[in-house]
Write a protein that binds this ligand. Sequence first.
Ligand code: NAD
Length: 324
Amino acid sequence: MVVVSSLSGFRILVTGGAGFIGSHVVDRLVSMNNRVTVFDNMSSGRMDFISRHLEDPTFRFIEGDLLDTDAIGSACKDIDLVFHVAANPDVRLGATDTRVHFDQNITATYNLLEAMRKSNVKNLAFTSTSTVYGEATIIPTPENYGPLVPISLYGASKLACEALITSYSHTFDMHSWIFRFANIIGDRGTHGIIVDFIDKLKKNPHELEILGDGKQSKSYLHVRECVEAMMFAVTESNDEVNIFNIGSEDATNPTRIGEIIVEEMGLSDVKFNYTGGSRGWKGDVPKMMLGIDKLKEMGWKNEWESERSVRETVKVLVGKGDNT
Ligand code: NAD
């Protein structure tokens, strides 16, 4: 069995490696001297997020779709470890399109697992989500919280992926790392509340529509800390299945995020219009903070609290910082 003990010198496939989080994963893996292959259908990925690596002879880019079993089958040849980051991450979409998360998350993950099984690839790191917990009654929510009752089709699809991964791990002697993320933000962000608010304020700098009552309390973590936590966990844990929450130890809310964006954009007298209700949309979990004791006990530390990560993200996305 291939066991990851230190993250250097491996042949690593990153699905979704041209996306927001995936491209940061790629940068970090390349910096540790791994031979990285990105597999991405470019549905939301961007070439400029990975173009810096294209001249590197140890780096490969494959434009391919996880729904194409031949394409993912050949991409898995001679690979030691897969970071499966590709997905449709739009939680809200499930309320209007009931198929997308089934195809892009569940079927895509099944296709990847089959490709790995056939090519004897034994290690998989997977980007899951806090939404698998649903409306947890224990906050901060630990990894062993249950029962897991997602309230969005996105959360349901990710929980199904987790179940496929744990059962493949057991049945086919694989190692897996499942990362349940809080809200991940940072440079190269292309979606989510901060991007939405900035776009809205660019169109109308006098008013900001905020979904819900603006009080939803959620934890935010900067993408660079998120990637470090993943690398740390893959290096330091080695059970058949390793499940970790990754987040910060506090939370903030849409009203406060709106205020920070208004400040950083140099605006004033912006009227906040709330659509009302305790959640932003059907499937929105109004209170989310993950327990991260498991990672902390192993030695990982969260550095920036939610609002610091929000502010640093806003700075780069409004052009006052380095968005590379
Ligand atoms: P993203 O949209 O920027 O990245 C997804 C990448 O996957 C894109 O490059 C896209 O082109 C690619 N992709 C999508 N479908 C594909 C397919 N069928 N075949 C090949 N490539 C495909 O999103 P992100 O925010 O970087 O999210 C990355 C992962 O982290 C996702 O699995 C998401 O569910 C998870 N996650 C993200 C957050 C967050 O706050 N951003 C929170 C929890 C979990």
